[in-house]
Design a protein around this ligand. Structure first.
Ligand SMILES: Cc1cc2nc3c(=O)[nH]c(=O)nc-3n(C[C@H](O)[C@H](O)[C@H](O)COP(=O)(O)OP(=O)(O)OC[C@H]3O[C@@H](n4cnc5c(N)ncnc54)[C@H](O)[C@@H]3O)c2cc1C
Length: 426
């Protein structure tokens, strides 16, 4: 009898079988999972679980946090809304409620995801942090080791593994000279909720992506005095143009025109609507916004009112930081300013290389699939990736559908193979 059937046989009678391999301690639980294991219960993990469910295929979702969509529930600021219109953020098989606005609030999006999980009966195992996942060549299975709340470990054994831990699994915190000397608060945007607690304070926001720009606006609206560090060039586009969302308009134009022409069009309109952003220390990259997104994954900032505050002088723009002092920050241009707190809007990165023992599909450098979009979703030996396209929820939905389709095909082939073997034995 081959190993796979031995395990399958055991799992029928005893799902908590002891794995017959010396790598596992005896005290560790070992569970055979008949369907794919999905790591991460964010929108991507939920989307792929739903697509599988729709095809009648079971799966198990493991989540390190105690809730679904932990990025949205636990690590985002209160005023957050979807940056893109709702039709570009829907997960497969279920639309947003009609009464939702074009840009749903964070709470509405979370509510949508909760209804989504309920509708497809997706019940993740919470508080399960995947520490290691490795393909066992001898057995032909993935062995996924996870730790629970009290550090008790469990090994999940499966034929297919779907990585859905996201591009935002770990905070990026830059190391800047003198940081440990600084006397005020230093926090990452993942801990920032609202500017209320900073009323009357001088705050330095480091990083000018969508989050950094929006945190500055929130601080202004709460009577704090924010400054913004802009180290690199950045494309700022209005959220809407010609009565349509800039994203929607771009997608539509790309159907007819080459990307460089669409970029030119977007830049001319942005200039007419916003003026020359370079005048305020926000210089544009040489490459256009859509081409840059394709080349490097860098997302343009969709302005929701921050630029007006920069123009009015409510937000001061600084160049790169040279070093921190006890109460102040020195900048590379020689300026120095006192601040009460620093908010690091320095983004996130994938954490896949820290736990997935595999070097073919994922790059060790950035933790993203090596194959470019739209082909990064499938690896070898039943390994899949959902939500690593740098194309937000739209990209995740595409991956989820592709993966479910592929697994259904493999599942049917497996079933045929097993029934042929069974018939032979009979
Ligand atoms: C502030 C902000 C606003 C955004 N707005 C938009 C928008 O408007 N439109 C859009 O399309 N995109 C937007 N995005 C991009 C965003 O990343 C996606 O929308 C979405 O959250 C990605 O879903 P995901 O499931 O791939 O990743 P995540 O939402 O990050 O979910 C991954 C899950 O995996 C879990 N996990 C991680 N590591 C482990 C582990 N080792 N073991 C177990 N579980 C683990 C995490 O706890 C998390 O719950 C935004 C991102 C941010 C940060």
């Amino acid at each position: 009898m081959d190993c796979s059937r031995e395990i399958e046989g055991k799992s029928v009678h005893d799902p908590y079988c002891n794995w017959p391999n010396n790598k596992i301690q005896r005290s560790q639980r070992c569970v055979w999972i008949p369907g794919p294991v999905i790591v991460g219960a964010g929108p991507s993990g939920l989307a792929v679980a739903a697509c599988l469910k729709e095809k009648g295929l079971p799966s198990l979702v493991l989540e390190r946090s105690n809730c679904i969509a932990s990025l949205w529930q636990l690590k985002t600021y209160n005023r957050l809304r979807l940056h893109l219109p709702k039709q570009f953020c829907e997960l497969p098989l279920m639309s947003f409620p009609l009464e939702f606005p074009t840009y749903p609030t964070k709470q509405q999006f979370i509510h949508y995801l909760e209804s989504y999980a309920k509708r497809f009966d997706i019940r993740p195992v919470f508080n399960q942090t995947v520490l290691c996942a490795e393909y066992d060549q001898n057995l032909g299975f993935w062995r996924v080791r996870a730790a629970g709340l009290k550090d008790e470990e469990c090994e999940y054994v499966c034929r297919r593994l779907i990585v859905a831990t996201g591009e935002n699994a770990a905070e990026v915190v830059p190391q800047i000279e003198g940081m440990e000397e600084f006397g005020g608060t230093i926090m990452h945007t993942s801990k920032y909720k609202s500017g209320e607690v900073f009323e009357g304070k001088k705050i330095l926001v480091v990083g000018c992506g969508n989050s950094g720009m929006e945190v500055c606006l929130d601080l202004c609206n709460n009577n704090a005095s924010p400054s913004l560090v802009v180290r690199d060039t950045v494309h700022i586009l209005p959220q809407e143009m010609l009565g349509r969302s800039t994203f929607g308009l771009s997608m539509w134009l790309l159907k007819w025109l080459p990307i460089r022409l669409v970029d030119r069009f977007l830049l001319v309109l942005s200039w007419l609507i916003l003026g020359d952003t370079g005048r305020y220390g926000l210089n544009r990259p040489r490459v256009g916004p859509l081409e840059l997104k394709n080349l490097s994954g860098k997302t343009p900032v969709l302005d929701v009112g921050t630029l007006a505050k920069i123009k009015s002088g409510d937000i001061t723009v600084f160049q790169s930081i040279k070093r921190f002092r006890r109460q102040s920050v020195e900048f590379v241009d020689g300026k120095s300013e006192n601040f009460d707190a620093i908010v690091l809007a320095t983004g996130y990165k994938s954490s896949v290389p820290s736990w997935l023992k595999e070097r073919e599909m994922f790059s060790e450098k950035d933790g993203l699939p090596k194959r470019p979009f739209p082909n990064g979703w499938k690896g070898e030996c039943g390994l899949y990736a959902v939500g690593f396209t740098k194309r937000g929820l739209l990209g995740a939905s595409m991956d989820a559908k592709n993966i479910a389709q592929d697994i259904e095909t493999c599942w049917k082939a497996d079933a045929k193979h097993f029934s042929a073997t069974f018939n032979k034995l009979m």
